[in-house]
Design a protein around this ligand. Structure first.
Ligand SMILES: Cc1cc2nc3c(=O)[nH]c(=O)nc-3n(C[C@H](O)[C@H](O)[C@H](O)COP(=O)(O)OP(=O)(O)OC[C@H]3O[C@@H](n4cnc5c(N)ncnc54)[C@H](O)[C@@H]3O)c2cc1C
Length: 357
């Protein structure tokens, strides 16, 4: 590990990796990414890879526009990664079905259909029967559905492999098994980071350490906002042949079909501190909600379970850009439920902000 770099990025999840790649593509030749464990093994690995800004939005606001922008960068992002690394990130553009099973769900999807149609967004309204014609595995109790043709999914673990490959090819120095304890300052200016393997001097530091971001020490009054973990558990089923082509979503759960026959059922949202474990109650909740979407999963084998910690800021919105009053310090954290979705745009925005600073 060299002891000086032009830019140091702390955290090797989807956010740190995407920023490192974006900086390299913009001609930054001396970037170092420091990761406490191995690249891409935390929240970014645990995610479902859904890119669903429209499904989840009940009004057009700034965050919604950014999320749509990022989703729309995905086809180019995936193609470029394939070109650079040969890895197919399995961007699946079939779309998403948002199912209404209760009367309340039905009222909600009607509202969503109304505002999104008025806003000129792509959304189709289906009856319960039409939803079942499209995906026969959907519950016979489905009252209606919305089809979002532009809300798609990516295989996030393949995405992480592609990003890791890409940054190595672009000459980013990677220091794994290396933990950053603090940001070193000279008055109000960054001068580097203190790691478990010694100091690295650098005029620019990006904090992309997910839910652990606020543990990194800076000045006594840390400018890094408090980020808290929200645990999400997942259950992986095996569906060969595939049960559904669309992502199936309800207000209580979702099913995401992967090309290799895995069918991901998610998730929970729990304030359980940093306990990254799978619980009996979590699995029971996920399976109950998944069975409500599709009773046809009942006979499928459960092949895996896991949990991850979503990084949430106090208002639930991502924290991106220059950090506090400290020159050279940038934050890219708090992506909460949408870090995979927001990664390409975060890479663009943070790399531009650094280069123009
Ligand atoms: C169950 C589940 C399902 C999800 N589904 C989706 C989805 O469908 N779509 C979507 O867009 N998002 C989804 N998310 C959210 C998404 O996973 C996160 O928003 C995203 O992964 C955050 O990326 P990150 O790089 O900030 O964090 P992480 O992936 O957690 O990476 C942070 C990295 O920083 C490292 N680190 C921490 N502290 C230090 C330190 N001091 N020094 C060095 N390194 C450090 C960690 O080891 C880690 O590798 C889901 C999350 C979960 C848990």
């Amino acid at each position: 590990m060299r002891d000086h770099h032009d830019i140091v990025i702390v955290g090797g999840g989807v956010i740190g990796l995407t920023i490192a790649r974006a900086l390299a593509l913009r001609g930054m030749r001396d970037v170092c990414l420091v990761e406490r464990g191995n690249l891409g093994t935390e929240a970014s690995w645990a995610a479902a890879g859904m890119l669903l800004p429209q499904v989840e939005a009940d009004k057009a606001e700034e965050f919604f526009n950014l999320a749509c922008q990022s989703r729309d960068l995905y086809p180019g992002f995936a193609a470029a990664l394939r070109e650079e690394t040969g890895i197919d990130v399995e961007l699946d553009t079939t779309g998403t079905l948002y199912l209404a099973v209760t009367e309340h769900d039905h009222e909600e999807i009607e509202k969503r259909y109304e505002w999104q149609t008025r806003a000129g967004l792509a959304v189709e309204r289906l009856s319960g029967i039409e939803a079942r014609e499209l995906e026969p595995c959907v519950s016979a109790s489905t009252l209606g559905a919305l089809r979002f043709p532009k809300d798609i999914q990516v295989e996030n673990r393949r995405l992480l492999s592609a990003l890791a490959n890409s940054v190595k090819k672009h000459g980013v120095e990677i220091a794994t098994q290396t933990s950053v304890a603090s940001v070193l300052l000279d008055g109000n200016r960054v001068r580097g980071v203190q790691t478990s393997r010694g100091a690295i001097s650098s005029p620019t530091v990006v904090i992309a350490a997910g839910t652990w971001s606020s543990f990194i020490k800076t000045s006594p009054e840390s400018p890094i906002p408090t980020i808290e973990p929200v645990r999400g558990q997942m259950v992986c089923l095996e569906a060969k042949p595939r049960l559904t082509r669309h992502v199936l979503y309800s207000p209580r759960g979702y099913l995401v079909p992967r090309q290799d026959g895995r069918l991901l059922a998610g998730s929970t949202s729990e304030n359980a501190g940093f306990a990254k474990c799978v619980t009996a109650g979590g699995v029971a909740t996920i399976l109950r909600n998944a069975l409500e979407i599709s009773p046809a999963i009942s006979d499928l084998p459960v092949v895996d379970t896991w949990a991850g910690l979503r990084p949430r800021s106090s208002d639930g919105l991502p924290v991106m850009g220059p950090c506090g009053e400290i020159d050279g310090l940038f934050c890219a954290t708090g992506h909460y439920r949408n870090g995979i979705l927001l990664a390409p745009l975060t890479g663009e925005l943070i790399s531009k902000a650094i280069i123009s600073s």
